[in-house]
Design a protein around this ligand. Structure first.
Ligand code: FAD
Length: 339
C-alpha cells in the first residue's frame, strides 16, 4: 500500500493531522494499536467533559473524537486499526516503509508520529489472578458509566481519576468505596472537597490507610476485595467491581528503536516544522518535545498544521503552494478528495 502521509496514532492529534494534510491535497493512512480511534480521549475518559478546546465551552471527550473523525472524513483516510507499527525503515529518498504487527506494509512519502505516550497501558496492582477478572470485574478505565449502576464498586488510588470517578459513580452505584494508602489525595482541591462531603453524607466510604491485598470471586466475577492496613491487618470489602487507578505506564515500544533523537520517552522535534532528527519523519501531539512544550490537545492541533505545511513540499516537490483560508477553499465533497 502507498500513501502520501502515514500517520502513526489515531488520537485526537493524529485525526486532526488527516484534516490538515487533506486541506493541502495529501492523502493519509492512519495506523493505531487500539481497535477504536480517539487515543486517550476514547480509551481513558470518553465520558469526561473537556473545557479547553477552542470554540467548545465544554465537550465530552468521545464527542470531540466523533467531530474530528467527521472533519477528517471528506479526505477519505484509510484506517488500519488493532495493529501496532513495529518497523520503520527508509527505502529510498522520499520513501519510508512501515510494517505493522498485523503484517500490513505501507510505503509513504512522509511519516507523522502522533503516538501520544506510545503504547500506553495501566499500572496493574500486583494481585494474584487479577488478569482473570480484567474486562469483567476489574477495569482500568470507565467506558460506560451506566454499567456501574447498582453495583458495589471499589476504587483504588488517590489521584484525579480515582477521585473524579468516585464522585461520578456515587450517583448511580449501590456502594462506592475509595481505598487509598494515605489520607491526602493528589487531586484537584475542589474535587477532594466534594469527595469528603460525599463521604460525610454516606454516599462514599473512604477506606484509609489501606491497600489492595487480594481478590475474592470465582475467577471471573468478583465477590469481594481484601485489603491490608500498614501493619498487614486484613479487611474484606464485599464488591462486584474493582477500579484500580494507579496511573499509566509509558512505553514508547518499537518507536524507541527507530534511531530518532529522544528526550525522556519523547521525540525531539524542531517546533518550526515538527520534524524529528530524521528528514521526512515528523512528530506531533503528546509524543513531540521541544522547549516550552505544552501537553494539550490544542497544542497538538497546531503542531498538526505546522507538520502538514512542512510535509507538502516533500509530496509536491517544486510546486508552489497557493495557500487559501478554509473559508475560501472549503472542503471536498465525499468521494472527490483524490481529484
Ligand atoms: P493519544 O491520545 O495518546 O493517542 C496516541 C495513539 O497512538 C494511541 O491511540 C496509541 O494506541 C497509538 N499508538 C502509540 N504507539 C503506536 C504504534 N507504535 N503503532 C500504532 N499506534 C500507536 N488534554 C487537554 O488538552 N485538555 C483536557 O482537559 C485533558 N484532560 C485529560 C484527562 C485525562 C484523564 C487524561 C488521561 C488526559 C487528558 N488530556 C487533556 C490529555 C490529552 O488526552 C492528550 O494530550 C491527548 O490525548 C494527546 O493526543 P495524541 O493524539 O497526541 O495522543
Amino acid at each position: 500500500m502507498t500513501t502520501d502521509v502515514a500517520v502513526i496514532g489515531a488520537g485526537p492529534v493524529g485525526l486532526f493531522a488527516i484534516f490538515e494534510c487533506g486541506m493541502l491535497k495529501m492523502r493519509c493512512r492512519v495506523i493505531d494499536t487500539l481497535e477504536v480511534i480517539g487515543g486517550q480521549c476514547a480509551a481513558l475518559y470518553p465520558e469526561k467533559p473537556i473545557y479547553d478546546i477552542p470554540g467548545y465551552p465544554q465537550v465530552m471527550a468521545q464527542d470531540l473524537v466523533d467531530r474530528l473523525a467527521e472533519q477528517a472524513a471528506p479526505f477519505e483516510p484509510a484506517y488500519h486499526l488493532g495493529q501496532q507499527v513495529t518497523g520503520l525503515e527508509r527505502l529510498e529518498e522520499g520513501c519510508w516503509r512501515l510494517t505493522t504487527s498485523a503484517g500490513t506494509v505501507i510505503d509513504a512519502t512522509a511519516v507523522v508520529i502522533a503516538a501520544g505516550c506510545g503504547a500506553f497501558g495501566p499500572n496493574r496492582p500486583p494481585l494474584a489472578g487479577i488478569e482473570d477478572y480484567e474486562g469483567t470485574s476489574v477495569h482500568y478505565l470507565v467506558q460506560r458509566r451506566e454499567s456501574f449502576r447498582g453495583r458495589r464498586v471499589v476504587i483504588a488510588g488517590g489521584g484525579d481519576s480515582a477521585v473524579d470517578w468516585a464522585i461520578s459513580l456515587a450517583e448511580l452505584a449501590e456502594k462506592v468505596y475509595v481505598v487509598h494508602r494515605r489520607p491526602k489525595f493528589r487531586a484537584a482541591p475542589e474535587s477532594v472537597e466534594r469527595l469528603h462531603r460525599l463521604a460525610e453524607s454516606g454516599k462514599i466510604e473512604l477506606v484509609i490507610p489501606y491497600q489492595l491485598a487480594a481478590l475474592e470471586g470465582d475467577g471471573r466475577q468478583l465477590t469481594g476485595v481484601q485489603l491490608a492496613d500498614m501493619s498487614g491487618l486484613r479487611k474484606l470489602l464485599p464488591a462486584d467491581c474493582l477500579l484500580p487507578f494507579f496511573g499509566l505506564s509509558m512505553n514508547l515500544g518499537p518507536i524507541a528503536d527507530w534511531g530518532l533523537q529522544l528526550d525522556h520517552h519523547h521525540i525531539t522535534v524542531n517546533p518550526a516544522s515538527s520534524e524529528t532528527s530524521a528528514a521526512g519523519i515528523f512528530a506531533i501531539g503528546d509524543i513531540a518535545h521541544y522547549q516550552g512544550k505544552l501537553k494539550l490537545i490544542l497544542t497538538g492541533f497546531s503542531e498538526a498544521a505546522v507538520a502538514a505545511h512542512a510535509i507538502r513540499p516533500l509530496v509536491y516537490p517544486g510546486e508552489a503552494l497557493h495557500w487559501e483560508y478554509s473559508t475560501t477553499k472549503g472542503v471536498p465533497e465525499s468521494g472527490t478528495a483524490a481529484e
